[in-house]
Design a protein around this ligand. Structure first.
Ligand SMILES: Nc1ncnc2c1ncn2[C@@H]1O[C@H](COP(=O)(O)OP(=O)(O)OP(=O)(O)O)[C@@H](O)[C@H]1O
Ligand SMILES: [Mg+2]
Length: 242
């Protein structure tokens, strides 16, 4: 592991800390944005630094959102760990309490899943919370992280189609975690049919349902405003995850 991770004392030899997989129900649901905002919000309350990652690949966007990136993506770091050849730090600090492992989009699909499991275990030993943007579970690396997660934050669109899709995914996918949240991003319409479908979807897993308001500034990089507007939703997510 990198010097940064090696020098951090294991937090608790008995229990691994939380690993949160943020999983989109379909593309463009707001998954990466919510992963980033959740990490930025939760780190305010953290006693020790938390870790935020994405799974690399062509859809990687956390480095873009954070306006900085690490030397390796998660799949690249996993491959280096599997080969006992990790020679660079695996994260960059975003704040004093938030570390980021994410870089620009790449075609780095060939993840070493054994190296990935080792990396995630080490990360969980070194951080009180690890959050991973798992895209929409299209790639093996995304599914592997989600399968190891202690919590899943599902992200769905707030349309009727989005709600029905959420129900189908939560009914059908075998990936499950101890704690699950269904977050619904940027809902335009409030109507009882959509809400009924969303509640039905959340009930399938005993998941909490959280509505994330429309955050107009977020696509222009106004994350400070988004943290304020989204505070109630982010607090509900934090309460369920930690
Ligand atoms: N709550 C929100 N309110 C308004 N706009 C949002 C919200 N969440 C995300 N967006 C915007 O929607 C777009 C898609 O968001 P994002 O990249 O987070 O989605 P994604 O699910 O990660 O997409 P992809 O499938 O490409 O990974 C971005 O332009 C983002 O700024
Ligand atoms: Mg994304």
């Amino acid at each position: 592991m990198s010097a940064e991770v090696e020098t951090v004392e294991p937090r608790d030899a008995k229990a691994l800390s939380s690993l949160v997989a943020v999983c989109g129900i379909g593309g463009g649901a707001g998954t990466s944005t919510l992963a980033f905002l959740t990490a930025m919000y939760v780190q305010r309350f953290a006693a020790e630094p938390i870790l935020l990652c994405d799974t690399g690949g062509p859809g990687a966007s956390l480095a873009l959102i954070a306006e900085q990136g690490s030397k390796l993506s998660l799949p690249q770091a996993a491959a280096a760990i599997a080969a006992d050849a990790l020679s660079v730090p695996i994260f960059v600090p975003v704040t004093e309490k938030l570390r980021l492992m994410a870089r620009d989009p790449e075609l780095d699909d060939a993840a070493d899943l054994e190296g990935l499991a080792r990396l995630l275990r080490d990360a969980r030993n070194a951080h009180p919370l690890t959050i991973v943007d798992c895209g929409s579970l299209q790639r093996p690396v995304e599914r592997s992280v989600a399968a190891q997660a202690s919590s899943i934050l599902w992200v769905a669109r707030g349309s009727l189609t989005g709600a029905k899709r959420a129900k189908a995914v939560l009914r059908s996918l075998s990936i499950k975690a101890d704690r699950e949240i269904l977050a619904v991003c940027g809902r335009q319409e409030r109507n009882s049919e959509v809400e009924h479908e969303l509640m039905g979807a959340a009930d399938l897993r005993g998941a909490s349902l959280v509505f994330v308001p429309s955050l107009p500034g977020v696509s222009n990089g106004s994350l400070k405003g988004a943290l304020e507007t989204g505070q109630a939703a982010l607090e509900a997510i934090r309460g369920r995850l930690t």
